[in-house]
Design a binder for this molecule. Structure first.
Ligand code: ACM
Length: 533
């Protein structure tokens, strides 16, 4: 973590003001660096790009006297308190959260054309007002407000201002309702604290779905009371043979609670019928031959399968889905379904026909990887497309046909938004089976017109998965996710009319100092015009 700003001696405030006055008076000598540094960021310098920006008028300056005024609603107050918590360390201001007074930063719910997650930000000399129909909209507006302030606002010690927000209006709402990120906690396990750190990073980019890949060959990561060895034994290792780990039910509830406080819904995945070695190793009776395989710590795929003809398989599925659904307030339960290379196709279809109704019985909507479209996707199910440019035409056509028949799609093309792909042959972490994916390639595609034959209305959103074969710690997550995650977030949130690499790379570059201030370890791609450190 780099903290040099925090330890640089600060110019005393009075002297700073005198310098500014001198610079302003210098006239023909041109703007002094201090004056330039003090100009607020343009309202459009936000990732994801807002739907509409109308600049104009006087900036608002946050001062020691600024209050955060909220509606008399517990949830709006919580968003206001979150905002105050973001701004207090670096500004050093008290920023009281109140439901009375005038001016300052106002968070307000009102009816209007905001949708479920949109907001309006109005900024002028007298204050900044965020208006939305829902607290989620206000929360997303807070992320915009945050990005309009200097990057130093992200530091944890008092920094020098001024803390200005440009004058004008931002009107914003998402293109897609589903804007996801997946973390594979199976190949390597990540603690609750590590997941929370990632959640906070996702929230900055208005991601609203956290997909947790909770089971795979290398580890089962969620406690299931009726099958306790899944976690205690099946979760006891990981890729490379480390100790692994699992979430207790209390841990998982804490992740769900924390995610909800950042307006993210948790989407749990139990990958079936393949990717199940950890379960098969834990209970011999799940295996067709009644013999449990050893735990697995390598990185091959496609060698394991639940035993489709055995009745106990469906007792297992029912118990797991019931317990996981009971822990999960979100709408979705992801049943995997990818790379079932050891499951005969007829068995695969039989299995999916039996399992999807179980998910519905426990009140959840099915998500499956797009191989589900080779079976019979249930009514309302979503398929997550993870193909690449080279995926065969027949497979793409099968996905498109399902989409035309009503299956919604989440787009996660592996050669665009798989965050575990290496950026270049020389960047160390990651894998490259889907190719090398630099920042521009990751951003430069249109989810609305990506798969031919798919009606635009079938596309429900974009998700950036991060598989963790090579990922062991938060710095690894961050190096692969940043900057590409920000691009996936923009593809999910911003209208297509705002997209464009030449504008995006400039807005993205402005995120670099923010990531430095937050201690986020990111890839300084040569494609992006980062400001000098
Ligand atoms: C996947 O990458 N096997 C979904």
């Amino acid at each position: 973590m780099r903290q040099h700003h925090g330890t640089t001696p600060r110019t005393p405030r009075v002297l700073g003001s005198l310098l500014l006055l001198a610079a302003a008076g210098a006239g023909t000598l041109g703007a002094a660096p201090e004056a330039r540094a003090a100009a607020p960021a343009p309202l459009s310098r936000v990732v994801p790009a807002p739907a509409s920006v109308t600049p104009g008028g006087t900036p608002y300056r946050i001062t020691r006297a600024t209050g955060i005024r909220v509606d008399a609603s517990a949830e709006v107050r919580r968003v206001g308190t979150y905002l105050a918590g973001l701004l207090r360390p670096a500004t050093g201001y008290p920023l009281p959260v109140t439901d009375h007074g005038t001016g300052g930063i106002r968070l307000h719910l009102a009816d209007g054309d905001f949708g479920a997650e949109g907001y309006r930000l109005l900024s002028g000399a007298g204050g900044v007002t965020l208006t939305a129909r829902t607290p989620a909209g206000l929360f997303h507006g807070v992320q915009t407000l945050r990005q309009l302030l200097p990057a130093a606002v992200e530091r944890k010690t008092v920094q020098r201002g001024p803390w200005q927000i440009a004058g004008g209006t931002v009107r914003d709402r998402p293109r897609y309702a589903y804007r996801g990120a997946m973390l594979d906690v199976s190949r390597h396990f990540f603690t609750v604290a590590q997941v929370k750190r990632y959640i906070d990073q996702l929230a900055l980019y208005k991601i609203n779905e956290l997909h947790l890949h909770l089971s795979d060959d290398q580890g089962w990561r969620i406690a299931i009371d009726s099958w306790p060895r899944l976690a205690s034994y099946g979760g006891s290792t990981q890729v490379g043979g480390g100790p692994g780990g699992h979430y207790t039910k209390a841990d998982y509830r804490e992740i769900v609670r924390y995610a909800a406080s950042r307006y993210l819904e948790v989407v749990p995945e139990i990958d079936m019928p393949g990717h199940t070695n950890a379960a098969l190793a834990s209970y011999a009776r799940l295996d067709c031959d009644g013999v449990a395989p050893p735990l697995y710590t390598g990185t091959q795929v496609g060698f394991s399968s639940l035993c489709v003809p055995k009745a106990v398989t469906y007792d297992f599925v029912d118990d797991v889905v019931r317990e996981l659904a009971a822990l999960t307030p979100g709408r979705y339960l992801h049943i995997g379904g990818d790379e079932a290379h050891s499951t005969p196709h007829g068995d695969y279809v039989t299995f999916m026909d039996r399992v999807q109704p179980v998910v519905a019985r426990y009140g959840k909507t099915v998500i499956g990887w797009h191989q589900l479209t080779g079976a019979h996707p249930a009514e309302g199910a979503l398929a997550q497309y993870w193909g690449l440019d080279g995926t065969g035409a027949a497979e793409k056509a099968q996905v498109a046909e399902a989409a035309r028949n009503g299956t919604g799609l989440i787009l996660s093309p592996a050669d665009r938004v798989y965050l575990d792909m290496k950026y270049t042959k020389d960047t160390g972490l990651g894998t490259r089976w889907a190719g090398l994916v630099e920042v521009r390639r990751s951003y430069d595609w249109n989810p609305g017109a990506y798969l031919s034959g798919v009606p635009a209305s079938a596309v429900r959103g974009v998700e950036a998965p991060l598989w963790s074969e090579t990922v062991k710690k938060s710095a690894d997550i961050e190096y692969l996710a940043f900057p590409r995650l920000a691009g996936a977030a923009e593809l999910g949130w911003s209208p297509a009319a705002t997209h464009g690499w030449s504008g995006y790379k400039v807005r993205l570059a402005a995120q670099g100092p923010r990531w430095d201030a937050l201690g986020i370890h990111y890839y300084r791609s040569p494609q992006v015009p980062w400001p000098a450190r």
